[in-house]
Design a protein around this ligand. Structure first.
Ligand SMILES: [Zn+2]
Length: 120
């Protein structure tokens, strides 16, 4: 925010500068892209949890577990990964609670896949 004096430049080295000005420009383009792709994906899959039906705190979940590696991707790479899973029919929308409960286990057999289509 303020111009760094020699003193605070030493305390806050350039690499650790997290002020808006230093990150806003490159980030906003990518985050807008990710936001748009997320919205398109929610529009395609339905904006509600397939387990409990809530419409808040929604996450994408691979029906057949694919391991946690994509959780460490950048947001842009991750949304690409989810799109690929969705095209392969392997993506569903879960709320955060259901997703944590499901964990990395495969979808239980009793969950009716018809729930996904019910709203549409
Ligand atoms: Zn849920």
């Amino acid at each position: 925010m303020s111009n760094p004096t020699p003193y605070n430049a030493a305390v806050f080295p350039a690499g650790q500068d997290t002020t808006q000005a230093s990150v806003a420009a490159p980030k906003s383009y990518i985050s807008r892209y990710v936001e748009r792709k997320r919205n398109e994906l929610f529009a395609a899959l339905g904006r509600r949890c397939v387990f409990c039906g809530v419409e808040t705190n929604l996450t994408f979940d691979c029906v057949k577990p694919t391991g946690g590696r994509h959780h460490r991707l950048s947001s842009a790479a991750r949304i690409g990964f989810y799109w690929k899973q969705a095209r392969a029919g392997n993506l569903q929308v879960l709320c955060h609670d259901c997703n944590s409960r499901k964990g990395a286990k495969p979808m239980p057999a009793f969950v009716p896949s018809a729930t996904v289509k019910a709203k549409a």
